[in-house]
Design a binder for this molecule. Structure first.
Ligand code: FES
Ligand SMILES: [Fe+2]
Length: 411
């Protein structure tokens, strides 16, 4: 545990109470829409979601009042388009994912190639001076980093994706994302501001209390009841911190299923007892657990503004919070695992996934409970302890964008 207050290392984040306005104000939400979500790079899928030419996903981005088609082209390139027909504006694709050669509009039959160009205009000879180039699907900036597909809604993004990720990309160098190709997905529609969702993954203080039945004893020992981190780094608006493991943890005697599963797994989130790769994770990805603590569980990492990436030796969990309205969001949780090789692995993972659902249900209760309680605007400020510095960092970064700062350069 670091003895010096963490906050002292980042004086620009301050120590005072923080305003609750960003969590409850419709005006603030409108500024997040224009100054934040329409300007930054947003992770919309992984390449593995659309591995073959013609594969596509459709992503609803309520915050921008649009829907996007993200498609793997014939030339291997991944592109993103607004999901709207150029003829009279019908929504072009009405399924969440699929595979095709052309996108055909159901209204009057106009068709588009995987590169967005219009390929068929029905009754073309009845139109007047049509400019086919102008009839292409409206393109959205799209770039890929380590298999993560990002889009940027700005007409001219101010930074490349790699510039935007900055020190985060350096830190994650070597993590074997490619091995983690088997998803297990959960999704919740929450009546809560999207930041209340992110915040629940932005500190570990609550794990000792809210998650007392599910998680506490796996991670925390009597040595630490403050929710401390083993280490923390901020990378511009992004960050990482290392989480403790309780290496002495054992399930009680009468937890027969759990004891069986723990014989198969080292990590409660259903990673397996052997490593994902033959090389130890800290050799592959030296940025993880930088203090090389022995009682390390995983690194909790964050790609601003809405993506939490849990990077463990056995599993990666992506948690994303998509704003829908100032008081609503969609939580998408995907656990990415290595390929399953045996019945016992399948069993251990199913158990780990059920465990995760229990933990998520606890988080849902406080996300929506906080939203309800805050709505009246009685409470004007929050108090944050030293190990909630990550919440200060989140709010500081959002505030900078909302106030119109275009680039979140490294502080
Ligand atoms: S709106 Fe799509 S073809 Fe008419
Ligand atoms: Fe939690």
């Amino acid at each position: 545990v670091q003895s010096a207050p963490l906050t002292a290392r980042y004086p620009f984040l301050g120590t005072g109470p923080v305003s609750t306005e960003p969590y409850i104000s419709p005006d603030y939400f409108e500024r997040e829409r224009e100054n934040l979500f329409k300007r930054v790079w947003l992770n919309v899928c992984r390449e593995i979601d659309i591995p073959e030419p013609g594969d596509f996903v459709v992503r609803e981005l309520e915050i921008a009042k649009t829907s996007l088609i993200v498609v793997h082209g014939r030339d291997g390139k991944i592109r993103a388009f607004h999901n709207i027909c150029s003829h009279r504006g019908n929504r072009l694709v009405n399924q969440e994912r699929g595979s095709c050669n052309t996108f055909v509009c159901g209204y009057h039959g106009w068709s588009y190639g995987l590169d967005g160009a219009v390929s068929v205009i029905t009754a073309e000879d009845a139109f007047f001076d049509l400019n086919r180039a102008a009839c292409a699907l409206p393109a959205v900036a799209c770039e890929v980093w380590r298999g993560f597909v990002f889009i940027n809604l700005a007409p001219q993004p101010e930074q490349s994706l790699r510039e935007y990720l900055g020190g985060y990309a350096d830190f994650a160098e070597g993590y074997p994302f490619e091995r983690l190709n088997t998803p297990a997905r959960l999704s919740y529609d929450l009546e809560a501001n999207w930041k209340l969702g992110v915040d629940a993954f932005t500190e570990t203080y609550h794990a000792m209390f809210l998650h007392v039945k599910t998680q506490r004893n796996m991670y925390y020992t009597a040595q630490d009841r403050r929710g401390s981190f083993l280490s923390l780094d901020l990378f511009g608006p992004h960050r990482r911190y290392s989480i403790w493991a309780n290496t002495d943890f054992k399930w009680p005697q009468d937890f027969h299923v759990e004891r069986l599963v723990l014989g198969l797994t080292r990590n409660v989130n259903a990673g397996l007892a052997d490593e994902m790769t033959e090389t130890p994770i800290l050799e592959l990805c030296p940025g993880l657990n930088p203090t090389r603590a022995k009682n390390w569980a995983w690194d909790q990492t964050f790609i601003f503004p809405n993506t939490v990436v849990t990077m463990s030796p056995h599993v990666m969990v992506l948690n994303q919070f998509w704003p829908v309205a100032f008081d609503r969001c969609r939580w998408e949780c995907t656990t990415w695992l290595p390929p399953i090789r045996s019945a016992s692995e399948r069993f251990a993972r199913a158990h780990g996934f059920s465990h995760m659902r229990d933990v998520a249900a606890e988080d849902v209760s406080t996300m929506s409970g906080t939203a309800k309680a805050l709505a009246a605007g009685i409470k004007k400020e929050f108090y944050l302890q030293d190990f909630e510095i990550s919440i200060r960092h989140m709010l500081h970064s959002v505030n900078r964008y909302v106030a119109g700062a275009v680039r979140a350069a490294a502080e």
